[in-house]
Design a binder for this molecule. Structure first.
Ligand SMILES: *Cc1c(COP(=O)(O)O)cnc(C)c1O
Length: 478
């Protein structure tokens, strides 16, 4: 007898009289984001003991039932796990959840955000191809494209005016195979016009890959605006607690991977041409629309080997379950602090898309109605000495290069993340000598404001401006 039947019986509901007219068909309402972040992808949690949470499967490989099953799993004719470099039950549960949250059909998790970008793009590019990327990029991505990809014979151009579709179109080449951009860049908070740039990509027959790390799927789902692939550093908001490194590639639907260039050449021969490991068939023959995702998992990630550990997958999964709550608080506090900082006399400028002064303000209202993110650049009037004193005077903000943590963080980009770039390049990226990057955490905003106020007063003492100092003192007393 099951536990269910052993329960005392409940009063039976009175059966309603059959209505004469059939009731209207009510479509089930899709679950909201917060419901999905705690439930999506649960079906299929292999819970031999009724586990409610996807357990951490720390097993390098998985036993075959028999010889026939071993062969069938290798050929892909039978579903099931084989070896954790390809797939693992814990990482698979995270993949289902992240695919649902981004509105994609499937996802592939890997060991870091850098690994996600590498995997997504090496699934599309080969020697002789051209990558067209926004100029407003994470420095790790820029280095990967300019140095590592260059050594593979992959050429890259950067579009500075990324809000202008014509600027993208001008730099297209016959060999361009992918467009790449961040939905929300840092430190300047440029918002991508995803629909316009995906239109440029699609007119050229190629996909748009979007790094959605700073926006998170709670604020923006690029696939719904025309992007074809989304990548994340899960080390940031998705994990959210500054513990695990991770990355994810989420794939959308409908991209025609069998496309050809005007001269008739296949745009993606690695997907469309027969492959020796597939017994002379192609990834497209075997998987149709899913060809890119299958190739990325089995022929890119499984070979280059950037595996996410099941333990880190568990940590990211735990983080994802509170994503919307954290991001809402991060954004609320960041917007309040941005508008207060912008008016502070010690501050020369603030880059945050919630501000009317931001060149991205209108795009933020269209693409980011739930909030404009929580990583902002604050440029101090006193230049580098003021920035140094400011950072060293902060108590709640941790001085480190990371973002999207529940804790508030601060860094001086000109002497750290952007130190290797020329002064002119730094200026173009919005990184001035007095710029500090804040990643606003979930602490009480009054406490963060008090910490910042104290540090601003200290910064002004380094480079006193008679009138602004007075303003800061008044502000400090308020
Ligand atoms: C941090 C970051 C990355 C790299 O992610 P890791 O997990 O550190 O490898 C890529 N893109 C953006 C926008 C990031 O902020």
């Amino acid at each position: 007898m099951s536990a269910q039947t052993a329960l005392p019986s409940l009063p039976q509901p009175v059966r309603p009289v059959q209505p004469a007219v059939a009731p209207p068909v009510v479509r089930p309402r899709p679950y909201g984001f917060t419901t999905q972040q705690v439930h999506a992808g649960d079906a299929g949690v292999p819970g031999g003991h009724g586990d409610r949470v996807a357990p951490i499967h720390v097993s390098a490989g998985f036993r075959f039932e028999d010889s026939a099953s071993a062969a069938a799993r290798f050929s892909g004719e039978e579903d099931g796990f084989v070896y954790s470099r390809v797939a693992n039950p814990t990482t698979a549960a995270l993949e289902r959840r992240l695919a649902a949250l981004e509105g994609g059909t499937e996802a592939l998790v890997v060991g870091s955000g850098q690994a996600a970008i590498t995997t997504a793009l090496l699934g599309l590019l080969q020697a002789g191809d051209h990558l067209l990327a926004s100029d407003h990029l994470y420095e790790g991505s820029r280095g990967l494209f300019e140095e590592n990809f260059a050594r593979f014979g992959i050429e890259v151009d950067f579009v500075h005016d990324h809000a202008d579709p014509a600027a993208w179109r001008r730099l297209l080449r016959p060999t361009t195979r992918v467009l790449f951009a961040e939905s929300l860049s840092n430190p300047r908070n440029e918002v991508l016009d995803v629909a316009a740039v995906s239109g440029v990509a699609h007119a050229h027959g190629v996909p748009l890959v979007v790094d959605n790390t700073l926006a998170t799927p709670y604020l923006l789902r690029p696939l719904e605006h025309g992007a074809d692939v989304v990548v994340h550093s899960a080390s940031k908001f998705l994990s959210g607690h500054g513990t695990a490194l991770g990355g994810v590639v989420v794939v959308g639907t409908g991209f025609p991977w069998q496309g050809r260039a005007p001269g008739g050449d296949l745009l993606f021969p690695q997907l469309a041409e027969p492959s020796a490991v597939l017994g002379g068939r192609s990834w497209l023959d075997l998987h149709g629309e899913r060809a890119y995702a299958e190739h990325a998992r089995h022929a890119v990630a499984a070979r280059f080997g950037p595996v996410l550990s099941p333990f880190n997958a568990f940590l990211v999964q735990q983080g994802v379950e509170t994503l919307s709550l954290r991001v809402a608080q991060h954004c609320r506090s960041a917007a309040l602090l941005a508008s207060w900082l912008e008016r502070h006399p010690a501050v020369a400028g603030v880059d945050h898309a919630s501000l009317a002064s931001s060149p991205s303000h209108l795009r933020a209202r269209r693409y980011l109605p739930r909030g404009s993110g929580s990583v902002l650049a604050v440029t101090l009037r006193g230049g580098a000495p003021a920035a140094r004193r400011f950072i060293e005077s902060l108590q709640l903000f941790s001085h480190m290069t990371h973002l999207g943590d529940v804790r508030s963080l601060v860094v001086h980009p000109a002497s750290t993340t952007h130190a290797h770039r020329t002064p002119a390049q730094r200026e173009r990226a919005g990184v001035h000598p007095g710029t500090v990057r804040l990643s606003v955490g979930i602490e009480d905003v009054e406490d963060l404001q008090a910490d910042l106020r104290r540090a601003l007063v200290a910064a002004e003492l380094v480079t006193p401006h008679a009138d602004s100092l007075e303003g800061a003192a008044q502000d400090g007393a308020a």
